[in-house]
Design a protein. Structure first.
Length: 225
């Protein structure tokens, strides 16, 4: 990959005892039915139990992507998160805390900000993570495989070297952010598989970048049924 300058909803359901639980649901236009995709308390693919879910995304063929949150980890300041894809009536874990990622490093954090996960009409995902080696990475998922797009240290010809996948500084507006391991780059995809994202370069400048698959990558991915 080269880099250059239906309906889904989240809500609550009421349990038998009157308690409310977060849920993600999808509506099927052909039948008018509303189907539960994930509920708080459900066992998650790959282990763990869902506590709540983030904002879902849906494509034109009914695939739904969302972040799931697990039990609070007292050693951190956030709930561990996992990225999930509901495809053909099956829920798939794409990535989560502790997973080894292409290019090295294990996932420590996936941002719950809704613009940090992209889903296109081919069922391809883009997402960014913090890593346990102090770096941050942007990845795509398709056909059961995760591919590295860019990460800390990636050199963009004619632009510079990526320092972090974070944009802006909420404490000192106009200043570059310190790498905190919490990527805020955004990860949006079109149906060609191009990903757009932001970053901070080693010289402190911000940049908005467009990653385009190579001809070989586009041929390998093709169209999924």
């Amino acid at each position: 990959m080269t880099v250059a300058g239906g309906l889904s909803s989240g809500g609550f359901i009421q349990g038998a005892g009157g308690e409310t639980r977060p849920t993600v649901a999808g509506a099927t236009p052909a039948t008018g039915k509303i189907l539960a995709i994930a509920n708080a308390g459900d066992p998650a693919p790959g282990g763990g139990e869902l506590v709540t879910t983030g904002i879902p995304r849906i494509n034109d063929r009914g695939d739904v992507a969302f972040l799931g949150f697990f039990a609070f980890d007292p050693t951190t300041v956030f709930n561990p998160t996992g990225l999930f894809l509901h495809h053909r009536h099956a829920l798939i874990r794409i990535a989560g805390t502790g997973d080894l990622m292409p290019g090295g490093g294990h996932v420590t954090f996936i941002s719950a900000l809704d613009w940090n996960v992209g889903l296109n009409n081919r069922g391809e995902l883009a997402f960014c993570t913090g890593l346990d080696n102090g770096e941050e990475g942007l990845y795509t998922y398709f056909h059961g495989s995760i591919h590295l797009v860019a990460r800390t240290g990636t050199v963009i010809p004619g632009v510079g070297t990526i320092f972090s996948l974070e944009m802006g500084n909420p404490i000192v507006p106009g200043s570059p952010p310190a790498a905190a391991g919490w990527p805020t780059s955004g990860s949006q995809l079109n149906d060609r598989g191009q990903a757009v994202f932001g970053c901070t370069l080693v010289d402190g400048r911000g940049a908005l970048l467009l990653a385009t698959p190579t001809d070989d990558e586009e041929e390998d991915e093709g169209e999924e049924d």
